[in-house]
Design a protein around this ligand. Sequence first.
Ligand SMILES: [Mg+2]
Length: 392
Amino acid sequence: MQIEAVDFFYLSMPEVLDIGDGSQDALLVRIKVGPYVGWGECEAAPLVSIASFVCPMSHSACKPVRDSVLGQRLDEVADIARIGDLVREQSLDLLQTDHTLSGIDMAMWDVMGKKHGVPVYELLGYRTAYPKTPYASALFGDDAQATLRKARQIRDQGYRAAKFGWGPFGKGTLTDDIEQVEAAREGLGPDGILLIDAGTVWKDDVASAARRLPVLQACDVTWLEEPFVSGALDAYRTFAARSGSVKLAGGEGCHNYWMAEHMLQHAGLGYIQIDAGRIGGISVAHKVAAAAEQRSISYVNHTFTSHLALSASLQPFAGLQHHEICEYPVESKPVAWDITRDHLLPNADGQIELPKAPGLGLEPDMESIKPYLLDVEIKIGGKVLYRTPPLD
Ligand SMILES: [Mg+2]
């Protein structure tokens, strides 16, 4: 079988707001391989990824991603790694490459699962997909009162864990942040697992992050996520040495295996968070999960978008029983929710289970995504390089 077509669909809310919410647009990827259709999703600004798929060659290590994908043989799982290596080699200097490859890689796994009639996690070597405990992933409210209301709502919906992040956290006074964390704890109740996401606000400034430590410890926060940018290894390690009961989480910014490997080795993390839509797909995420398991660092998916992306992000660690919690978006914009017909809803025990259907187990809903579809045409020197294909 050959990869006959790779199609991108740029979906967007009518208005994209300047907030830390990555669910406002999406780049859906469809590949056609023999009788099979596979789906994936890139977690990146959609137009840039489409451009990297079709851009003219700039030099030998700066080729469009499509040169390494279209027409390639895809008969067995091993072909996915071969194609991934070819893409990384031929598009080495194209910085969007790993993002673009991510959605294509997911779609290739989806096709292989459909061909073999098994879910992707089985192809990855897992016999069982263990249910995960979802944490409701939300943004901080604009003030502590708003966060208190959100946290109560999440508790009332039955979630045992919640994360609050971005918004005003770290951007106002120390007192503002203290009140925000206290409000989150009060709303969630004393027993809930509370996670805080600083959204890289302190870049590599350990002292500013450390001033928040007393309230994080007093409120029994399980992890502080991304106080610093991915790769600020010294800052992470220095902070981890003094953070006591509050573990560090990070890694969503990693966009290749080696960035994640460095975070695992040198950042003092308790949790590594990987977005399969950024790091190069399920293949690379699975490799990171294996490395995390070896180092006794908990692997967690990073997912703030659709349930197609959620399924893809859960597959890489589905069979790792002791990596128990998963990110679960609860504030997604309608475009993200409407991408799939079915959704991964909490079961009677409040746990998230992967579908047992072949591939990723979720199919996009053509009718419901139509209103969000943006028609894209990329033209250079009068020649059309890309045109959104029909959704059929
Ligand atoms: Mg985050």
